[in-house]
Design a protein around this ligand. Structure first.
Ligand SMILES: Cc1cc2nc3c(=O)[nH]c(=O)nc-3n(C[C@H](O)[C@H](O)[C@H](O)COP(=O)(O)O)c2cc1C
Length: 215
């Protein structure tokens, strides 16, 4: 007799167009991972792209898109130039916000928290996985500083390519990772008539409090 195929339980988070408290994972990092998996499965363009907002010491904001390179219970990791505008601003005010937007799924996630540099060894490991061209780029580009011309950058790249013919480029000290340790995550699911679902998790001690916000 043919074996009856076991019905696979639909994973939480893949519920199509609503977000209810009973379906949400009590741990916001797991809930984020479920939604990121959904975005990957839905073939969203650049599912790990996120807007990072930072401020100067005086509170002047700036924002730009980066790629998320890791997430676990310790937080959200991204890599950049420590001397860039964002790098300098994170030195002045080590708090930041992230926004993910997965349009196909009508989903947004907001995250905020304190930011620290990842240990050098962690940056070394990730840097070593990057293609040689990107590693040369990390040295050639003094990110966020003014260039006289495109030629100035191309010349630096040519010189560095000669200097490292085998592509064995070491990580420069001004390039590495940051980790945002969240104290707030909000999951937004678009719904009809702009009556969206919004579940906000906020950290209280070691617990996460989940609250529904008005759309
Ligand atoms: C899809 C996308 C992904 C990007 N990923 C990164 C990244 O992971 N790291 C990075 O430093 N810049 C990344 N950038 C470039 C940044 O948006 C930005 O131009 C650069 O980091 C300089 O920002 P700043 O001058 O505000 O510091 C990315 C841009 C786009 C559009």
């Amino acid at each position: 007799m043919a074996k009856k195929k076991a019905r696979r339980k639909k994973p939480q988070g893949s519920s199509p167009r609503y977000l209810l408290e009973r379906d949400a994972d009590p741990n916001p990092i797991r809930q984020f991972e479920l939604w990121l998996d959904d975005a990957r499965r839905a073939r969203v363009i650049e599912p790990t792209a996120m807007t990072l907002a930072t401020t100067t010491r005086a509170g002047v904001p700036s924002a730009r898109v980066l790629l998320l390179k890791g997430v676990d219970r310790r937080g959200f990791v991204f890599f950049t130039n420590y001397e860039s505008q964002k790098g300098r601003e994170l030195g002045e005010n080590p708090r930041a916000a992230l926004v993910f937007w997965w349009g196909k799924l009508e989903r947004q996630v907001k995250v905020s928290g304190a930011v620290t540099r990842v240990p050098d060894a962690e940056s070394d490991v990730y840097f070593a996985t990057r293609p040689a061209g990107s590693r040369i780029g990390a040295i050639a580009s003094a990110q966020s500083t003014v260039l006289a011309s495109r030629e100035e950058l191309d010349r630096r790249v040519r010189e560095l390519t000669k200097q490292y013919p085998d592509g064995d480029v070491p990580r420069p000290p001004h390039w590495g990772g940051f980790r945002l340790n969240p104290d707030m995550l909000e999951f937004w699911q678009g719904r009809a008539d702009r009556l969206h679902d919004r579940l906000r998790y906020r950290r209280e001690g070691s617990a996460w409090i989940v609250e529904r916000l008005s759309p």
